[in-house]
Write a protein that binds this ligand. Structure first.
Ligand SMILES: Cc1cc2nc3c(=O)[nH]c(=O)nc-3n(C[C@H](O)[C@H](O)[C@H](O)COP(=O)(O)O)c2cc1C
Length: 191
């Protein structure tokens, strides 16, 4: 079975909702989703590194804080340097997601941080593979998939409200489709 590790941080629960919908997509596509939540920048990453190394694909996610990925994911990235020395994750499939408050909010910078890490490891990056869901603000209703128009990875937006109601349905569906896409592509590549 195709195993997809989803390694993410979420300070207030909104990015966790996105991670859970990616996992749903993985499962629905017949894959084995392994959700690995990072708690802090100073935690011991040993078990997460080992679980990631066992997976066929790794999807990294974090909220955008101050225009970049939050510090636990950055610390985890630095902890992958020993794996980088041996190119241990070369040709694993990779993807990324981020959530933030603003519609833009410099989320592209966070996705590029994740993409850079994946490329340093020689991984095979999978973008969203979706057309933009909206071409104007008036089209960008909460139930529209890819309403922010992202291609590198999944970008979602949550309001200052509880994570059971935000990010909205279209963003959750965007995440679910991405999990399924990465599972299908990984299966084609790895057999
Ligand atoms: C320290 C901090 C910095 C933030 N910086 C940004 C930012 O640069 N852009 C943005 O759109 N939202 C920013 N936000 C808002 C968060 O991205 C937003 O609340 C998001 O839903 C948090 O996700 P989480 O619940 O998974 O932690 C910031 C929030 C915090 C706490």
């Amino acid at each position: 079975m195709t195993t997809v590790a989803i390694i993410y941080h979420s300070g207030y629960g909104h990015t966790a909702v996105v991670a859970e919908h990616i996992a749903k997509g993985v499962t629905e596509a017949g894959g084995n989703a392994v959700l690995l939540k990072l708690e802090s920048a100073s935690q011991d990453f040993t078990e997460t590194l080992e679980a990631a190394s066992r997976a066929d694909a790794i999807i990294f996610g974090a909220p955008t804080y101050m225009g970049d990925i939050s510090s636990p994911l950055r610390a985890f990235f630095e902890a992958t340097s020993k794996i980088w020395f041996t190119l241990g994750w070369k040709d694993k499939v990779a993807g990324g997601f981020t959530n933030s408050l603003s519609f833009a909010g410099d989320k592209a910078h966070s996705l590029n941080s994740i993409l850079t890490l994946a490329m340093q490891h020689g991984m095979i990056w999978v973008g969203t593979g979706l057309a933009p869901g909206a071409h104007s603000n008036s089209d960008a209703a909460p139930d529209v998939v890819n309403r922010l128009g992202y291609y590198i990875g999944v970008a979602t937006q949550s309001d200052n409200a509880a994570p059971d109601i935000t990010p909205p349905a279209g963003d959750r569906e965007f995440a679910r489709l991405y999990g399924a896409r990465i599972t299908d592509i990984t299966r084609k590549l790895k057999g």
